[in-house]
Design a protein around this ligand. Structure first.
Ligand code: DCP
Ligand code: CA
Ligand code: CA
Length: 391
């Protein structure tokens, strides 16, 4: 379609010109790849059963209420799509062959492709079994060109799994995801700095990640069909109609996306609470309950290997009033004993209770990773500067 995105199925893509690359780096632009497997479940079934190759295949139940989970590209020619009732699919394509899903195999392939991603970067954000964002601004093998890395990954996936993947390369997640969809199946698309806004504005808004069919309908009602229509609206108008999603849309329409690739979503707190069948008030009962909650919550903390500085006790009284009491340490709590001491002290300060409680909860916050969060915010700010400089 647009000149921004040439089709390229060959591994031997030349590295982008070195001067151009240095310029991106000087601007502080990131290098993001989005990889997505082609007709994932259906391709796995075709791989494992040669009789299915080249034929229209649907993964899912063929019975009355079944739906199609995945359709092979041969089936798509007939209009068969994911989430379509199987009855409809059969009507559109009488030759359609139905296969049962085999999640253990899909999970295995998913693990194989993630291992390939890890050869290039630790910054991997999976969106589902068959796709992920990779930040290769600084790649582990020092290859330097995101386009080259995407081609290497695609050919490694083919080698290891006998399946094809498509990839999109750009300077943010939003554009990389649009790009991976552009030349499917077995395609690659690169959106270079300076091409993002024009690329986005040429597309129908239903292709934007996060818009969805309902969102697209609402936009049609508002007279918005393409990225260009969206770009014509000011931010106040977008916020008025879409709330905080309006901010995302405003930037997306200009090819700007500040979201970092997140290997693990940053957790702000970890905890648990319990609502009682009958309200409790007696100090011995309240203390015993606290001990149980300490055990449950500490298990979770240990499982996630979380470390934090703040312990918060939450009490909900019979009249539904909620009291929270927190205690912060100057350093990370070392172990369960310190957590217990803090929790008990918080409760003792509230005893005797002014009235019975219906709920008690405990959380640990000011977690270790929050510092990483502050760093990510800083990175976002400089990424915004860099992307704005393209406009
Ligand atoms: N899936 C599902 N139900 C849906 C959509 C998808 O069970 N409504 C499953 C089956 C797909 C897999 O998730 O194979 C990946 O979904 P994609 O949306 O990435 O679609 P495909 O990989 O099948 O096709 P494409 O080549 O368009 O990516
Ligand atoms: Ca896919
Ligand atoms: Ca997918």
């Amino acid at each position: 379609m647009t000149s921004a995105c040439r089709r390229s199925n060959h591994p031997a893509v030349a590295n982008p010109d070195a001067a151009e690359r240095d310029e991106d780096e000087a601007r502080g632009l990131r290098k993001i790849i989005h990889v997505d497997m082609d007709a994932f479940f259906a391709s796995v079934e075709q791989r494992d059963n040669p009789e299915l190759r080249g034929r229209p295949v649907a993964v899912g139940g063929s019975s009355g209420r079944g739906v199609v989970a995945a359709a092979s590209y041969e089936a798509r020619v007939f209009g068969v799509r994911s989430a379509m009732p199987s009855v409809t699919a059969k009507r559109k394509c009488p030759e359609l062959i139905f296969c049962k899903s085999r999640f253990d195999v899909y999970r295995e392939v998913s693990e194989q492709i993630r291992a390939i991603f890890r050869e290039h970067t630790p910054h991997i954000e999976p969106l589902s079994l068959d796709e992920a964002y990779l930040d290769v601004t600084e790649d582990l093998q020092g290859i330097g060109s995101a386009t080259r890395i995407a081609e290497i990954i695609r050919s490694r996936i083919r080698e290891e799994t006998q399946l094809t993947a498509s990839a999109g390369v750009s300077y943010n997640k939003f554009l990389a995801k649009l790009a991976s969809d552009q030349n499917k199946p077995d395609g690659l698309c690169v959106i270079r700095p300076g091409q993002g806004a024009a690329f986005v504005q040429s597309l129908p808004v239903r292709r934007f990640h996060g818009v969805g069919p309902r969102g697209a309908e609402k936009m049609t009602r508002l007279g918005i069909e393409t990225g260009a229509d969206l770009a014509a609206k000011d931010i106040a108008w977008l916020r008025g109609h879409f709330g905080s999603f309006g901010d995302y849309l405003y930037r997306a329409a200009r090819g700007i996306d500040l979201r970092p690739v997140r290997a693990n979503r940053i957790r702000k707190s970890i905890g648990g609470e319990r609502t009682f069948h009958e309200d409790i008030a007696r100090p011995d009962q309240v203390r015993a309950t606290l001990e149980e909650i300490i055990d449950i919550v500490w298990d979770r903390i240990a499982q996630k290997q979380a470390r934090g500085r703040t312990v918060t006790l939450k009490l909900k009284f019979a009249d539904f009033r909620i009291a929270t009491r927190a205690r912060s340490m100057p350093r990370l709590l070392a172990d369960k004993r310190e957590f217990t001491v803090a929790a008990r002290a918080l409760l003792e300060d509230e005893l005797p209770l002014p009235m019975p409680i219906r709920l008690m909860g405990l959380t640990l916050s000011s977690l270790e990773q929050e510092d990483a969060g502050a760093q990510a915010a800083e990175e976002r700010r400089s990424a915004e500067q860099a992307q704005l400089s393209l406009l």
